[in-house]
Design a protein around this ligand. Structure first.
Ligand SMILES: [Zn+2]
Ligand SMILES: [Zn+2]
Length: 181
């Protein structure tokens, strides 16, 4: 079945204008309908008091329960710091070939690293993370092609090395997957 829609759920306190701009960029990459949704979820049950972070595996499961059908790929967008048990932190994660993913902006701002605040760089990093996780939802695994958004990233410097879009190889794979592009 062809996924014909992407849904971005605001589970942080993101600026509406920022999310609108991000949704347009995501639409430009995947060329299917992108809708924005506002939602409030009490995140306290997902907080790990020992790690002082939020459980990415449980939040991904939560988003999956909010994803109505296979035609829609849903991304939960968070501002809180996410972890999974085997990693210190994650920028996001998604079910490979699934219908859901999550991404967090928590570690994407320059100010976190003692550098000058840079809203446009922040936005670019967040778009890359969202496109990357959506790529997983559409069945893509990590790619080694320089610049491809499906390269894995450990540090924000890695994210800055990538483009917002897919290399030609990944684009071919997307065409053959259930993406509509
Ligand atoms: Zn990945
Ligand atoms: Zn690639």
């Amino acid at each position: 079945m062809t996924a014909n829609r992407i849904r971005l759920i605001n589970l942080g306190n993101f600026d509406k204008k920022l999310l609108h701009e991000i949704s347009q960029e995501v639409h430009g990459t995947f060329r299917i309908q992108v809708e924005l949704q506002e939602e409030y979820v009490d995140l306290s049950p997902f907080f790990d008091s020992a790690r002082k972070q939020y459980n990415g595996n449980e939040l991904l499961k939560l988003i999956d329960t909010k994803t109505p059908n296979e035609n829609t790929k849903t991304m939960g967008l968070f501002e809180v710091d996410l972890f999974i048990p085997i990693l210190t932190y994650i920028y996001g994660q998604a079910y490979l070939n699934g219908k859901s993913g999550i991404a967090s902006s928590h570690r994407l701002g320059n100010e976190r690293y003692g550098l000058k605040i840079n809203p446009s760089l922040f936005k670019q990093r967040f778009i890359k993370e969202i496109n990357h996780e959506l790529g997983h939802c559409f069945g893509l695994v990590h790619c080694r092609q320089p610049g491809c958004v499906m390269q894995s990233s450990t540090y924000v410097e890695d994210i800055d090395q990538k483009d917002t879009g897919f290399c030609s190889g990944c684009q071919e794979l997307l065409k053959n997957s259930n993406a509509a592009i």
